[in-house]
Design a protein around this ligand. Sequence first.
Ligand code: GDP
Length: 194
Amino acid sequence: MNIKQADYVKSAVFEKDYPEEVASYEFAFVGRSNVGKSSLINSITGRRKLAKTSKTPGRTQLINYFIINKEFFFVDLPGYGFAKVPKIMKEEWGKTMETYLASARQKLVFVLLDIRRIPSEDDINMLKWLEHYEIPFKIIFTKVDKLSNNEKFKNLKNIKKKLVFDNSDVFFHSALNHTGKEEILNYVETVLQN
Ligand code: GDP
C-alpha cells in the first residue's frame, strides 16, 4: 500500500468526540513514552511532522486521529509509563484509554515495544488489557537500527522470557531507514480488505 495522503483530523478524549467511522477498521498505535511512536507514524505515512516527536513526556494525553488516503484512520493513543507523570494524569490516561478500548470502534492496535528493552509492567498490562477487551493487536518492535543482528537475536530471547510471540507474527521497524514500513502497510491493507 502507498500512502498518498495523511492528514490530522482531530484530538479527542471522549467517545462522542471521535470522528465518524469511515472504514471497516481503524489502526491505533500505543506504547510507553519515548518508544518511538511518533517517529513510527511519521515514517510509515512518509510525513516528517504528522505526529509530533520528542514532546514533553506525558503531556500528550489525547487521542489523535489522522486520516490516511481519505480512506481510513490511524489513531495515535497517549503514551504510558512515565515515572514523573503525576498520579492524577495517570488516572486520566487510564480513563481515556479505557474509553477507547471499550468503545464500539472496530480497531486493530499496534503495540510498540523498544527492541532494546525488556517489556515493562506497563507493557504487559497493556497487552493484558487488549486481551481482556478481545481487541486484535500486533506487536511492532521499534528502533531496530540501534542493534546488530546478533544483539537483536539475543534481546528477543530475553524479551520472550516475559512475553510469548512468534517472530513471524511481529513487525520490526526503524524510523531511521524505514525498515519494516512496507510490511506494516501491507498488513494494514490486508486487514482493510477482509
Ligand atoms: P514517542 O514518545 O513514542 O512518540 O517517541 P519519539 O518518536 O518522539 O522518539 C523518541 C526518541 O527516539 C527520539 O529521539 C527519536 O529520534 C528516537 N527514535 C525513534 N524511533 C527511532 C528509530 O527507529 N531509530 C532510532 N535510531 N531512533 C529512533
